[in-house]
Design a protein around this ligand. Structure first.
Ligand SMILES: [Zn+2]
Length: 348
């Protein structure tokens, strides 16, 4: 029995060694991207460090296997890096490399913030302390989340770190650009754990909470921007519950107005995101439907009487609780008109 166990153990060790060799050979970009922060990252999302990658039928998509047996489809950073969203206005220092007037953005557009391959992790489930918009005469371009110093800060979505810097206002700042074009800002960090160019998964620890820069106490200043223009992150994330409000975020140009905070009442997508043309079509359809409904209601309400032998106008009037005069009016008759048997007359 002992011998069998030894053989079994030896066989197991052999398998483990083989797997390790296989792992060490695999020095691809994915390993770098998703295995970089082995201790801190993935623990939040996957509970265990990165283990291995597999190819899929699609060249841009890989499977990352984790040591606990779970796996995830991920976009290959080597391919992602070629995409326009990660090359256009890629500046590892400028807070806003686009320098565009937000007025240039379309009136309505949509962003796939989280597609089938992307993940999301709420930066912190809490009641935001300071909201988006004007504050003490300054435009507060994000939302402040209470965040004790030293608390790990996760990336909200998959993406690539564009900026990891210290600035006087933001303090330690990390900006991540996501495949949708969205950028998320994490400011006042006590420590940054990533460098510009790093690929991160949602949930990867990108820094620690703090109070660096222009800050009066430990908190996370979180911003969401599109082409440099900030909008209230509350349009996207419900911080009180931690839920992502939309995978496909529909954006209206007025979101970029510094006075425009998230408003629950107007978050009726059907209403907000209809185009003028759609509005016109809907109005036309409604008018048609209303007209048809009115006609149907009228038709249903109108009653007729088939003239039988012996019928008189006064008799019919009595039967239908109306008057001879009304019957004449409705049917364009005179009181003297002879009723012909089989003819139909309107009675109301
Ligand atoms: Zn703030």
């Amino acid at each position: 029995m002992k011998r069998i166990l030894c053989i079994f153990t030896a066989a197991l060790c052999g398998v483990t060694l083989l797997a390790q060799e296989e792992n060490s050979r695999q020095e691809d970009s994915l390993r770098y991207a998703y295995g970089r922060q082995q201790v801190e990252s993935n623990t939040r999302q996957n509970g265990t460090p990165y283990a291995d990658t597999l190819d899929t039928g699609s060249p841009g998509v890989k499977v990352v296997l984790y040591n606990n047996g779970t796996y995830r489809f991920v976009k290959d950073p080597a391919q992602m890096a070629q995409e326009e969203v990660f090359t256009e206005c890629w500046d590892t220092h400028a807070v806003n490399p686009y320098r565009e007037n937000p007025d240039k953005l379309p009136e309505r557009f949509s962003l796939w913030v989280v597609d089938t391959l992307d993940a999301y992790v709420c930066p912190n489930i809490t009641t935001p302390r300071s909201l988006f918009g004007y504050r003490h005469g300054r435009h507060h371009q994000g939302i402040d989340l209470p965040y004790p110093t030293g608390t790990p800060v996760p990336a909200a979505f998959d993406g690539r770190v564009r900026v990891s810097n210290y600035t006087s206002g933001y303090g330690n700042l990390v900006i991540i650009r996501h495949a949708s074009g969205l950028e998320t800002f994490y400011a006042h960090l006590s420590e940054r754990k990533v460098e510009a160019g790093d690929w991160v998964s949602a949930g990867d620890i990108i820094g620690l909470g703090g109070s660096t820069g222009r800050s009066t106490g430990p908190h996370l200043h979180f911003e969401t921007r599109y082409r440099g223009a900030a909008f209230d992150p509350a349009w996207l994330i419900d911080f009180k519950t931690g839920t992502l409000r939309h995978r496909l975020l529909r954006i209206r140009s007025w979101y970029f107005n510094p006075n425009q905070r998230y408003v629950q009442d107007v978050d009726d997508e059907d209403e907000i995101f209809r185009t003028d043309e759609e509005d016109r079509k809907l109005a036309e359809e409604k008018a048609k439907k209303d007209a048809a409904a009115r006609a149907a209601a009228e038709a249903a309400a109108i009653r007729y009487h088939n003239i039988r032998s012996g019928d008189t106008l006064s008799g019919i009037a009595r039967q239908y609780h109306t008057t001879v005069k009304e019957l004449c009016r409705l049917n364009g008759m005179k009181e003297t008109t002879i009723l012909s048997v089989g003819k139909r007359i309107r009675v109301n």
